[in-house]
Write a protein that binds this ligand. Structure first.
Ligand code: FAD
Length: 401
């Protein structure tokens, strides 16, 4: 069966990969001149610097995919699993004894409740404060979700964000390397190798081809694997009622300020640190690449993530201004000023969908014709592992219709 995929970002490429495995005849149309969409890696003398995803949560299926396309995992250092939270200083765990007990009681209670206590139209904040307690919500849930979704938990939909996390079944097989992984050479290598593998196996990837609804052949199976906005525009052209609202969904700006420090400068222990909104940082969090993947970086490199819903105008600042803000955060975190030997600012405007109650309503009410399928980071999971799981289900979804 012939399938047309719109978009050669990771969603389009992974969709093509699983469809190919199920013997579909796949053709991809991509409006830009390269694959990867948001994902792109800048190769620098200090190591790979990513514009968007820089690591992903591993699974047995991803391990198989890496093997198939000839991609190696970067070696993980002993600090790769260490993630920190900030609360009057950096800590492995931000809650005191009573607060932790409150969170544990709430967390255990979740599993006894119907729908895990999630209600339509409920914000993450409403759910979190009620179930986990004020401190558990503020210093754990909100902080963690801000680091992943970059959204405002007072606006974000609890069923949309948390529902898929609770519904996820434990995979039968575990990968050899657990947790966050990165390909040798950065995420750009995953894109490069995957696109090359697909083309070798007969998938046609047409670049510089912006698709409009009039290009679709009546009745053909189409997978739209674009951002929410681009998908909304296509749905609007097709006369699907959800289109206009989806094309207007709030999209968040993000930037990574990558700071390279001289050899021997000790940074902090661990893969990264997340900052609660209430602690007044300019950044959402920081990742220390060399601590997690020591062989990939010749010098200590930190990536300070900025932007998101709490700082909607931050990307209007110049590179120098963003660097100043990152350095101020850094001084607050490590307690002293240090001077980077090199700085890179990598921006992604309007890159992440804000998982608001409005998006929840659009997705709940959306009715699509049976030959149309949507895959992307606005469909219930922003990260690559969630996108990968959705792509795996595509062949069955298409065969069902
Ligand atoms: C700063 C940042 C850090 C992140 N960090 C992580 C991380 O560490 N781990 C993680 O798992 N995730 C992370 N993410 C999220 C992840 O990178 C994205 O969710 C994912 O890359 C989205 O991929 P996509 O293919 O769905 O969309 P996109 O990358 O937006 O790709 C869509 C493609 O469709 C094309 N297109 C659009 N309209 C048309 C059209 N009409 N015709 C043809 N082509 C079209 C576009 O040109 C584009 O190439 C991060 C994101 C950002 C911004």
């Amino acid at each position: 069966m012939k399938i047309t995929i719109v978009g050669a970002g990771i969603s389009g490429l992974l969709s093509a990969y699983y469809l190919l495995q199920n013997d579909f005849d796949v053709e991809i149309f991509e409006k830009s001149d390269r694959p990867g969409g948001l994902i792109q890696t800048l190769d620098t003398p200090y190591g790979p610097m990513d514009y968007a995803a820089s690591s992903l949560i591993n699974s047995k299926d991803l391990q198989d995919l890496f093997e198939q396309i000839g991609l190696e995992y970067a070696h993980k250092g002993p600090l790769a699993g260490v993630k920190n939270f900030y609360r009057n200083g950096m800590r492995r765990w931000p809650l005191g004894f009573v607060e932790s007990a409150r969170l544990i009681i709430g967390a255990v209670g979740i599993f006894l409740k119907k729908n895990k206590g999630l209600k339509e139209g409920q914000t993450v904040r409403e759910w979190g404060e009620k179930v986990l307690g004020k401190a558990g919500y503020t210093y754990v849930l909100e902080t963690f979700l801000q680091g992943v979704y970059a959204g405002n938990c007072s606006d974000m939909s609890a069923p949309l964000v948390l529902g898929p996390m609770f519904e996820r079944k434990k995979p039968k097989q575990k990968p050899q390397v657990r947790g966050s992984v990165m390909p040798v050479g950065g995420m750009g290598k995953l894109i490069q190798k995957l696109a090359h593998y697909l083309e070798e196996k007969g998938v046609r990837i047409n670049y510089n081809r912006q698709v409009a609804a009039r290009d679709f052949v009546a009745g053909e199976q189409v997978v739209i694997a674009t951002s929410a906005g681009a998908a909304g525009k296509l749905l609007t052209q097709m006369g699907i009622p959800a289109g206009p609202a989806l094309s207007e969904i709030d999209m968040l700006d993000l930037a990574g300020v990558h700071l390279v420090f001289g050899d021997g400068e000790t940074l902090f222990e661990g893969f990264g640190c997340l900052f609660p909104v209430s602690e007044g940082f300019n950044s959402l969090g920081v990742l220390a690449g060399k601590n997690a993947f020591p062989n990939e970086y010749s010098y200590p490199v930190e990536r300070w993530i900025m932007g998101g819903s709490h700082s909607p105008h931050m990307l209007q600042l110049s590179d120098d201004e963003l660097i100043e803000l990152a350095l101020a955060d850094r001084e607050k975190l490590v307690g002293r000023a240090q001077h980077p030997i090199k700085k890179y600012v990598l921006r992604r405007q309007k890159s992440l969908p804000h998982y608001t109650l409005e998006l929840e309503k659009i997705l709940n009410d959306m009715v699509l014709p049976p030959n149309l399928h949507l895959i992307g980071n606005y469909m219930g999971g922003i990260g690559l592992s969630a996108i990968n799981r959705a792509c795996q289900l595509l062949p069955d979804e298409i065969l069902k219709n």
